[in-house]
Write a protein that binds this ligand. Structure first.
Ligand code: P5A
Length: 450
């Protein structure tokens, strides 16, 4: 993309309504525009990162054997009356009526809808286990929407639903989700710690939240510092292997880590004092096992091996896809702007032409642009007739991890400058070598687009 032709409405001034750095930077970098409280338009740069995050989620779900589909955002209230949640859900549910006076709602979550599809089409235990999921807009009429996309009213969520014949199988599905989520967040450059939590209106006793440590997080968290040394890394996991998934669960959840909702001071005090940490965290996901709560209320059964109707054990598993943009920026920025991890960056590399209009500089930038495009990478080429300082400031603000600076002086010596956004380190090297280096850096981050 050439910046002169892109739509990147960056703001020079700090927007006064933004209280935290991620919200401020998303507005300044022209990623989102507020339309009403907690409701945002996703401008091209923000939309691009949202898609990158979404694609990583899809890819890791596919690896775990989970099946994507799409549900409507508007639902009939009758389904929620069946589960008993219509009256109980409260003010957060946006309710409306259609022209016939029928009660409708904008989905805040979709346990009822998935259970309805299941009961309509799945009859036999032979069709289990089954995990269906979607990535779809949700609406919760939060009393205090704030911090930009962190606590929106309309937000984008991955929500998955597991259907199993026994509690044991359902707990394997739970573990499988935990493992796949660890991997998902790490690919986005995040450390998200699974913590024992409270299940709220979703229900059930088994639940973990995934928290990214950040001073601006809304949850208070208590944990054993040793947890932060754990890395999922590039392990090969067979997601159908019960023991393997169980082992990862135990590794990542055996140390003390709880949100304030479930915090137990006496248990916490058993952790050696020098390892005890009290901090704040951003909840980027939550997994639940709630047994037969919805299947029973809504009459979803399958025929068991003995020919009799058998119960269906369920869980649901969520990732805050739009919230993740805020969480990533909170975890990765400096005073000049965002620093995108390679896995989610909107463009792979920025090209800054120091002397637009100079034949040699223009030709060198065009050649770099072609090389990246041919290699399947997306460069953002700042081809505007602007002073260098302004171009650097824009690149730093929007946070591309790598920048190539091209100017007549370097070209005389056959070199361009390659700069790392995170460290600020630069090196001079021939253009072909710069291209090669960038290609290698991104090799582990290629995202197959669904
Ligand atoms: C799990 C999937 C559920 O709704 N039902 C389907 C279960 N869980 S949850 O914890 O309530 O939500 C899942 C994740 O969505 C994000 N989230 C939000 N993001 C932005 N703005 C909001 N108002 C908001 N509410 C929830 C969180 O990341 C949460 O973990």
């Amino acid at each position: 993309m050439r910046l002169s032709r892109y739509f990147l409405p960056v703001l020079k001034e700090n927007p006064s309504e933004a209280q935290i750095v991620s919200h401020r930077l998303m507005l300044r970098a022209g990623m989102i525009k507020q339309q009403s409280a907690g409701i945002y338009s996703w401008l091209p740069l923000g939309f691009k990162v949202l898609r990158k995050i979404e694609n990583i989620v899809h890819q890791e779900q596919a690896r775990a054997g989970h099946i994507p589909m799409q549900m409507p955002t508007l639902q009939s209230a009758d389904l929620w009356r069946e589960s008993g949640r219509y009256d109980g859900y409260g003010e957060e549910m946006l309710r409306m009526q259609d022209r016939h006076g029928r009660d409708m709602l904008f989905s805040p979550t979709a346990e009822e809808l998935f259970t309805d599809v299941f009961r309509a089409h799945v009859n036999s235990y032979k069709d289990l286990p089954l995990t269906l999921y979607q990535i779809q807009w949700k609406f919760r009429d939060e009393i205090r929407p704030r911090f930009g996309v962190m606590r929106g009213r309309e937000f984008y969520m991955k929500d998955g639903y597991t259907f199993d014949l026994t509690k044991e199988d359902a707990l394997h599905a739970y573990n499988r989700h935990l493992v796949s989520y660890l991997r998902t967040y790490e690919r986005m450059g995040l450390q998200a710690i699974p913590m024992r939590a409270d299940s709220g209106p979703i229900g059930g006793d088994n639940t973990h939240e995934f928290l990214v440590l950040a001073e601006t997080g809304e949850s208070e968290v208590f944990y054993d510092r040793e947890i932060t040394d754990l890395k999922f890394g590039d392990r090969a996991i067979d997601y159908d292997n019960v023991d393997q998934c169980q082992a990862v669960l135990e590794e990542f959840t055996s140390r003390y880590a709880r949100t304030d909702e479930t915090h137990d001071e006496a248990l916490f005090n058993e952790v050696p004092e020098e390892r005890r940490r009290v901090a704040r965290g951003i909840e980027v996901g939550q997994i639940f096992y709630f047994g037969t709560k919805y299947s029973e209320a809504m009459g979803a059964t399958v025929q068991g091996p003995d020919g009799k109707p058998g119960e269906v054990h369920m869980g649901s598993h969520g990732i805050g896809v739009s919230r993740l943009l805020g969480a990533i920026i909170e975890a990765s920025h400096d005073e000049n702007g965002i620093i995108w991890p390679e896995g989610v960056t909107p463009f792979h590399v920025g090209i800054v032409n120091l002397k637009q209009g100079d034949d040699e500089a223009d030709a060198a930038c065009d050649a770099l642009y072609q090389s990246f495009t041919a290699a399947g990478l997306e460069p953002l080429y700042d081809d505007r007739k602007e002073r260098a300082g302004g171009k650097f400031a824009t690149m730093d603000l929007i946070g591309l991890p790598w920048r190539i600076t091209v100017g007549p002086r370097g070209l005389k010596n056959g070199v361009v400058e390659l700069t790392c956004r995170r460290t600020g380190n630069s090196e001079e090297l021939p253009p072909e070598q710069a291209v090669q280096k960038i290609i290698e850096i991104y090799a582990p981050h290629r995202v197959h687009v669904f």
